[in-house]
Design a protein around this ligand. Structure first.
Ligand code: NAD
Ligand code: TDX
Length: 338
């Protein structure tokens, strides 16, 4: 079964944060699998993220998931596609939604059409944000049955792409699965995102920036645990099913920020309060019982303080990786009052 079934997989968006971590995970853990990366190298993509992967295990294609003929050519030679490519940042989607509609909706449509034509196994990477948010005092967590209620332009395009996958499964019999994961952290995350932004701010002598009242809750998972869960679903998941991925990591933003400050030798109030995100989701929380009971998956990185310390060390050791993007990223935030 399973692992031996896929010899050549396309991984879209693998020059980005989670996709590159997945590509490394596959190369390290599945010796018989060849990875073909399709990535447009937007501001969020970096070819360096795939450094260290032996050439014979990886083919890198610089291209757009909306490019139908290119996608068709790649699908002719692949057994499966794991689809990470997306515009992924909520704040960017609020400032300019257009690229989100194109990549997240039209791009997913283009891949689904190719999966249909070639009978290719397809796994779609989505987010818990499609379910909207929960109140801080609500004991509930998201499950596979929670109704869709996205809040931002980003999450509404991810919800749209999930709906396309479901429709292509039901109408055309495409062999697809979907996973909706919570907030990832770990190495190679773009410095526009919360955790790396604050770490690199401190490294640069800039005060960290906290939105609103700082009480919003995110459910953190280490990106390596996301990778192992995706592999389980790709190889053993039931076609047409959705699986939620989470590691019981609920934490308020202010708690996460204070953990970063403490780990980097700063005082608990060494940060600035800034303008809140419009429509800011209050709380995300994942119930991953289905994934754990059906596929036996368990996260390995259960010590958040340890994972955070390793992430801080990675940014401290890899300044050349992020330094070039820092000024422009902060200038964009400053223009938004954030
Ligand atoms: P990212 O922004 O770091 O990387 C996105 C990658 O996609 C980049 O390499 C970029 O160049 C590529 N890309 C963008 N548009 C493209 C296009 N038109 N054609 C080809 N490539 C294109 O994103 P990420 O944080 O790694 O997220 C990856 C996926 O995981 C996304 O689908 C996102 O919705 C989902 N997700 C993310 C999180 C999280 O915490 N970051 C949580 C749950 C789900
Ligand atoms: O400087 C900041 N200060 C701050 O308080 C930034 C950048 C963020 N925040 C807050 C907003 C959120 O409550 O931190 C929280 C996390 O923010 P992001 O890193 O932007 O993540 P989020 O909006 O929760 O979305 C992430 O998880 C789900 C990913 O970016 C999405 O791609 C994924 O779908």
């Amino acid at each position: 079964m399973a692992d031996a079934e896929f010899k050549n997989i396309i991984v879209t968006g693998a020059a980005g944060f989670i996709g590159s971590n997945f590509a490394h995970w596959v190369v390290d853990n599945q010796p018989d699998v060849h990875v073909t990366v399709l990535d447009a190298l937007t501001y969020a993509g970096n070819r360096e993220n795939l450094a260290g992967i032996p050439e014979k295990r990886l083919t890198f294609v610089h291209g757009d998931i909306c490019d139908g003929p290119l996608v068709d050519e790649l699908f002719k030679r692949a057994d499966a596609c794991v689809h990470f490519a997306a515009e992924s940042h909520n704040d960017n989607s609020i400032a300019n939604p257009a690229p989100f509609l194109r990549t997240n909706v039209e791009g997913t449509y283009t891949l689904l059409e190719a999966a249909h034509r070639h009978g290719t196994r397809f796994h779609h990477i989505s987010t818990d944000e499609v379910y909207g948010d929960l109140a801080l005092d609500d004991p509930a967590r998201f499950t596979e049955e929670t109704p869709y209620r996205p809040s931002s332009p980003y999450s509404s395009t991810k919800a749209s792409s999930d709906m396309l996958v479901r429709a292509w499964v039901r109408t055309y019999g495409v062999k697809a699965t979907i996973s909706n994961c919570s907030n990832n952290y770990g190495p190679r995350q773009h410095i526009e995102k919360f955790i790396p932004r604050q770490i690199t701010n401190i490294l640069c002598g800039i005060r960290p920036k906290l939105y609103g009242d700082g009480l919003n809750v995110r459910d953190w998972i280490h990106t390596e645990d996301h990778s192992s869960a995706v592999w389980e679903i790709l190889t053993r998941g039931r076609i047409g099913e959705t699986y939620l991925i989470g590691a019981d990591g609920e934490r308020s933003n202010i708690d996460v920020l204070r953990s970063i400050l403490a780990a980097m030798g700063k005082e608990p109030d060494d940060f600035d309060w800034v303008r809140d995100r419009p429509g800011h989701d209050r709380r995300y929380a994942i119930d991953s019982t289905k994934l754990r009971t059906e596929l036996g998956w368990l996260p390995k990185h259960t010590d958040f303080a340890e994972g955070l310390a390793a992430t801080i060390a990675w940014y401290a050791d890899n300044e050349a990786w992020w330094r070039g993007a820092k000024e422009a990223t902060e200038a964009k935030y400053a223009a938004q009052g954030q």
